[in-house]
Design a protein around this ligand. Structure first.
Ligand SMILES: Nc1ncnc2c1ncn2[C@@H]1O[C@H](COP(=O)(O)OP(=O)(O)O)[C@@H](O)[C@H]1O
Ligand SMILES: [Mg+2]
Length: 306
């Protein structure tokens, strides 16, 4: 087991006040009534969401284990976030057996998105060490964080040197092993598309989610990196989109010119960021635009499962 000083900074030190669904708790009768009224409101958004839900829930199952690589030449754009969102959606809405693996070469954060009481202290290195002895899926349970949606998360070792000793071949073995127990293996890669691990993941994956932000600086870098990651099945996540800022449709257009027709814009959403940081992610509690975007992204991946 990889020990480490994570106990030092506790979530409750950073978030001392009560939060509900990633927002400061409000108990007033008026805000309660307003929330109720919002819920009752029927709107075009509601109909769109219902249609999206139907499409997601009527997706056929998979015929074999699928590997999905989440990549970007840029850091901080939302690879880990997208891995988590897609994983939860596939597990929760499609009832697939899904595992999200932190394949960051150093200091991956994926497993920390799990609520504290669900987080496994084990990492993929521990799983490796004991993989010979597993016969059933249930025996893997202690090694993964099991989220309310049904998603399983496998963390990276805390010691970056330990990760560095795992080459692409070892990750290949890991993916092969996990494919015996899961229907979908999501790989949350570190930043970069040309390194050996990213290369392995792109070659190995059945599909790719390419993550960028719509900022010109980032999107142009991602577009230039496309030569490294041509993959028949690619979904582009345009994450942290802001209203009134960059024109996302122009960027979507550019990706379409590169034959990347599946682009999903995900709003910049502070409530989502807080939920992730507090280990309290709840899709249903997010504002509809964010919820719709997450469902669109999940559907994009689900439609390309084999
Ligand atoms: N749509 C979003 N709205 C608000 N914050 C976001 C959004 N997506 C990601 N973030 C935040 O941005 C930071 C970086 O995201 P992360 O997924 O870790 O990026 P990466 O894995 O590409 O380095 C995190 O703090 C995350 O909570
Ligand atoms: Mg990351």
């Amino acid at each position: 087991m990889s020990g480490g000083p994570t106990g030092a900074l506790r979530r409750r030190d950073v978030y001392p006040a009560a939060l509900v669904d990633g927002r400061p708790a409000r108990n007033g009768a008026i805000s309660r009534l307003r929330r109720q009224a919002d819920r009752l409101l029927t709107s075009a958004g509601e109909r769109e969401e219902a249609a999206l839900e139907r499409r997601i829930r009527t997706q056929p199952g998979v015929t074999r284990a699928n590997t999905v690589a989440l990549i970007s030449p840029k850091g901080g754009v939302g690879k880990t976030t997208s891995t988590f969102l897609v994983g939860n959606l596939l597990a929760g809405h499609l009832q697939l057996r899904v595992i999200a693996v932190d394949a960051n070469p150093d200091f991956g954060t994926l497993a920390r998105l799990a609520p504290d009481h669900r987080r496994s202290e084990y990492s993929l290195a521990d799983l490796f060490e004991h993989s010979q002895r597993f016969r059933t899926a249930a025996e893997l349970n202690p090694y993964v964080s099991r989220l309310p949606s049904g998603l399983h998360v496998l963390g990276a070792p805390r010691d970056p040197e330990q990760v560095a000793s795992l080459g692409p071949d070892r990750y290949g073995e890991l993916v092969a092993f996990l494919s015996c127990f899961y229907e979908v293996v999501l790989l949350d890669l570190g930043t970069g598309v040309a390194g050996p691990l990213a290369r392995f993941a792109i070659d190995r994956a059945d599909q790719v989610v390419l993550v960028t932000t719509p900022e010109w600086v980032t999107a142009t870098v991602v577009l230039e990196a496309l030569t490294h990651l041509q993959h028949d099945r690619t979904t582009v996540a345009l994450n942290k989109s802001m209203q009134h800022a960059a024109d996302v449709s122009v960027i979507e257009e550019r990706f379409r010119d590169e034959h990347l027709h599946r682009a999903v814009a995900i709003p910049y959403d502070e409530q989502l960021a807080t939920m992730l940081d507090t280990g309290t992610y709840t899709l249903d509690a997010l504002a509809r635009p964010t919820r719709l975007a997450i469902k669109r992204l999940g559907l994009g991946v689900a439609e390309q499962l084999a």
